[in-house]
Design a protein around this ligand. Structure first.
Ligand SMILES: Nc1ncnc2c1ncn2[C@@H]1O[C@H](COP(=O)(O)OP(=O)(O)OP(=O)(O)O)[C@@H](O)[C@H]1O
Ligand SMILES: [Mg+2]
Length: 398
């Protein structure tokens, strides 16, 4: 395909033929289209993409000047360079008129062939350069467009990722709340059905009813505290200075009924002087999880059931809390798995395997502490026992 399309407009056939001859002879990459009138020229410019127009001035119908005015008034054609080529309108005023309309050149005949060819060559060169520049520009524009699209896509993906991780965090939060709610809910249900049964049997005693009601009220409070603890990801329990023994006793009280019903004895050996600045409610939740685990394990043994809770200051001047039971301990090959989420040896109805995982996160991440679990052998009242022993280490201040 030829690179440049020239439209030559002349009503005199001889002129058209000689121009055609010239161009064919000297300009390789030019395709010449001929028109015999202004009207025909306008029609052609609608259909073809013309690069240069060589326009005769004196023509019947639309003359060269009017044709040029039409071309210049149409956005589609206004940028096509126009060269007037005339034998008749040589005077200065016509030349001026031609330039005023917007022609790039005004050539008058007779004109030497090589002079005309040279001029055309010059314009062709400029047009080709322009085209190349335009192509580079188009490519740049396309590349830019692509880059913008890519960036938008990345942004969209990032938003989706954020959304996904938000949903995952939300799921985790709901899982955590559900976990902490299972025990208190069943406690409330047990208390309520106990009262109902006693009423039906006619053996309900005021004192017992009152105690059960209090238990229900306390447990409901615990439910709402759990929500506060996990409410949203930005929620942080406020740091507070508190007495450790009080918090340990609060956790024990929260599971008092469960402990009594299962004939478990809790033996505490607490340093009542320990005061620390940390997250008291989170610590209650953690201790409740550990007491609950011991209770679950103790249910399976027939001998006496103990949970020992000790608190003291260790050699490194850190606070230590240990929760030990005499339920036999954890299988050695499970010991390094128990903190993993959803690790459980219990039936689905009794455990989902989140208790120790939540406790680990609370102690490590929120409370700047450490938690370890091991099996321990010990003697109590001259009897040897074995059971799981959880050690929580906490700083005095975070
Ligand atoms: N005191 C313990 N004695 C014996 N085994 C224990 C004790 N504490 C935890 N485990 C073991 O560790 C596992 C994981 O405990 P974790 O508290 O994470 O989950 P779970 O109690 O099974 O279920 P969930 O706490 O979600 O209701 C338990 O299934 C149990 O096998
Ligand atoms: Mg548990």
């Amino acid at each position: 395909m030829k690179e440049i399309k020239i439209l030559a407009v002349d009503d005199i056939e001889a002129n058209r033929v000689s121009l055609q001859y010239l161009i064919q002879e000297y300009l390789d990459n030019v395709e010449l289209i001929l028109a015999s009138s202004g009207e025909e020229a306008l029609k052609i410019t609608y259909k073809e993409k013309i690069d240069i127009i060589i326009l005769d001035v004196q023509m019947p119908g639309l003359d060269g000047f009017d044709t040029a005015k039409y071309l210049k008034s149409n956005p589609r054609t206004q940028n096509i360079p126009i060269i007037f080529l005339t034998a008749a309108f040589k005077r200065e005023e016509f030349q001026q008129k031609g330039f005023q309309i917007g022609a790039i050149d005004y050539l008058t005949k007779p004109i030497e062939d090589h002079q005309l060819i040279n001029k055309l060559n010059l314009y062709i060169e400029v047009i080709i350069k322009n085209k190349q520049l335009q192509a580079v520009n188009d490519n740049l524009y396309k590349a830019l467009q692509k880059e913008i699209e890519l960036k938008e896509q990345i942004q969209k993906q990032q938003l989706e990722l954020i959304e996904q991780s938000k949903m995952a965090a939300l799921g985790e939060m709901i899982g955590n709340i559900a976990h902490q709610w299972r025990q208190p809910l069943s406690l409330i249900s047990t208390c309520a059905s106990g009262i109902k049964l006693n009423f039906e049997l006619g053996i309900a005693k005021d004192k017992e009813v009152k105690a059960s009601m209090e238990n229900i009220m306390n447990t409901t409070k615990e439910l709402s505290e759990t929500i506060d603890n996990f409410r949203d990801l930005s929620y942080k329990e406020k740091l507070a200075k508190f007495n450790l023994s009080k918090i340990i006793n609060k956790a024990i009280k929260a599971r008092e009924h469960l402990i009594k019903d299962n004939n478990i004895e809790i033996i505490t050996n607490l340093d009542n002087s320990i005061e620390l600045t940390n997250l008291p409610n989170s610590l209650v939740q953690a201790l409740i999880n550990l007491i609950h685990n011991s209770k679950d394990a103790l249910e399976k043994i027939d001998s006496k059931r103990y949970i020992f809770i000790d608190s003291y200051i260790n050699k490194e001047n850190l606070i230590e809390i240990t929760i030990t039971d005499n339920a036999g301990g954890i299988k050695t090959n499970y010991l390094n798995k128990v903190f993993e989420p959803y690790f459980t040896t219990k039936h689905q109805a009794h455990g989902i395997g989140l208790g120790l995982n939540i406790t680990y996160k609370v102690i490590n991440d929120s409370m700047s502490g450490k938690i370890k679990i091991k099996n321990s052998k010990f003697t109590y009242q001259e009897t040897e026992y074995e059971g799981a022993c959880v050690t929580i280490t906490l700083p005095f201040k975070i």
